[in-house]
Design a protein around this ligand. Structure first.
Ligand SMILES: NC(=O)c1ccc[n+]([C@@H]2O[C@H](COP(=O)([O-])OP(=O)(O)OC[C@H]3O[C@@H](n4cnc5c(N)ncnc54)[C@H](OP(=O)(O)O)[C@@H]3O)[C@@H](O)[C@H]2O)c1
Length: 339
């Protein structure tokens, strides 16, 4: 626990006009609208992160009309910490607003030792969601995902577990993450046959990682499944932060678990600089242009950002002021990102 934990925050009263600031988009063929920008708790919500900042981030998000918070069993560090911290904040600030929130969790990656704490068995998924519900102090999540495909478990078992979870009332909808186009088509068929259609797919998608354009987005459209794009800013690379070196408070310096400093090469930075020039000519930050670029495709229901500061979240939400591109801008961007 950090010293700032002790500092009180005034009682939370959400901004009255929160729903006027945000735009919402229908998630596939379902009854759910999602905010164009959603907030993920993968980073910055661990036990080593400032709890007061976590609380301020979630308050600021909700005040700006962000209704969707994305978690997973193993977000931390340590694993599970983000759900615990989210649960503490929910209890302090958000319980009266539970019905205004879409909360998601996931299981599929390594969580606890032994053969039952990883991948896609019915045993793992159901036990993991039970732990997540307890940590967050909620009776149900709105969306429960299988976090990644499991090559060894029959897909019927994994999808059967998702269906069972909905029937038990522990999740309202189900989703899948990181499944390729073929796996997604198969999962969707099984889920439809079970009577629990897949609401949403969570793929990695940004200007520097466009694998979803090779078939996945078409399958999602055919199947009526929404898409939530994760790491839309390539973990911060698609912003202006690394243009002149490595800031001390950046993810690449503070937390090299997934974003390695040596992956941010001079060639990559040159691309980012060229993109930044286009963003500036549009009167936008690069982060804003990267988000708008994803949202130009209405198969993308929402863009799932992470933030370490409230100012970043405000910057990202201000994307909504300019979501359109002209043909020339799109052509120039394509040239840069495909070279
Ligand atoms: N399904 C999956 O397998 C999977 C995998 C990964 C992530 N996710 C989900 O996707 C969410 C987002 O992933 P991500 O954190 O990698 O997303 P991201 O939005 O690509 O990167 C977030 C980082 O970008 C920087 N940033 C954000 N807005 C900024 C701005 N306006 N200006 C400057 N810098 C800005 C911050 O970096 P600094 O910390 O350097 O300030 C922030 O921590 C996760 O929280 C999680 O919910 C899912």
């Amino acid at each position: 626990m950090n010293i700032r934990d002790q500092e009180p925050l005034p009682m939370y009263v959400p901004a009255y006009q929160r729903y006027e600031q945000m735009k919402y988009r229908r998630c596939g063929k379902s009854g759910i609208d999602l905010p164009l920008i959603s907030l993920g708790l993968w980073h910055n919500f661990g036990h080593n992160d400032d709890f007061k900042n976590q609380r301020e981030l979630l308050r600021a998000a909700f005040d700006m009309g962000i209704t969707h918070f994305d978690l997973a069993n193993n977000y931390g560090p340590p694993y599970g910490a983000a759900e615990e911290n989210f649960g503490r904040i929910l209890k302090k600030d958000f319980l009266p607003y539970r019905d205004e929130l879409i909360l998601s969790s996931k299981a599929g990656w390594d969580m606890w030792p032994g053969p039952y704490g990883n991948f896609g068995s019915r045993k793992y998924l159901i036990a993991s969601l039970d732990r997540s519900l307890k940590s967050m102090g909620v009776e149900y999540v709105d969306i429960f995902y299988h976090h990644r495909p499991d090559p060894k478990t029959p897909m019927e078992e994994t999808m059967g577990a998702l269906d069972q979870i909905v029937r038990q009332g522990k999740a309202l909808y189900v989703g899948i993450s990181q499944y390729n186009a073929e796996e997604t088509a198969k999962a969707s068929k099984i889920l439809k046959d079970l009577g629990t259609p897949c609401l949403i797919h969570q793929p990695r998608y940004n200007m520097l990682d466009r694998w979803v354009e090779g078939g996945l987005l078409d399958v999602l459209e055919q199947e009526g499944i929404g898409a939530i794009a994760f790491s839309p800013l390539e973990q911060g690379v698609l912003t202006d932060k690394y243009l002149n070196g490595f800031p001390e408070d950046s993810r690449a310096v503070k937390d090299g678990r997934y974003l390695k400093k040596d992956a941010i090469t001079p060639e990559l930075i040159q691309k980012v600089k060229d993109l930044n020039d286009i963003a500036q000519s549009r009167g936008q930050s690069l982060a804003q242009m990267a988000i708008a670029w994803l949202l130009k495709d209405d198969r993308i229901s929402t863009v799932l950002v992470g933030v370490s500061k409230v100012t970043q979240l405000k910057d990202n939400v201000n994307t909504l002021k300019n979501l359109s591109f002209d043909k020339e801008e799109l052509k120039k961007i394509r040239e840069i990102i495909t070279r």
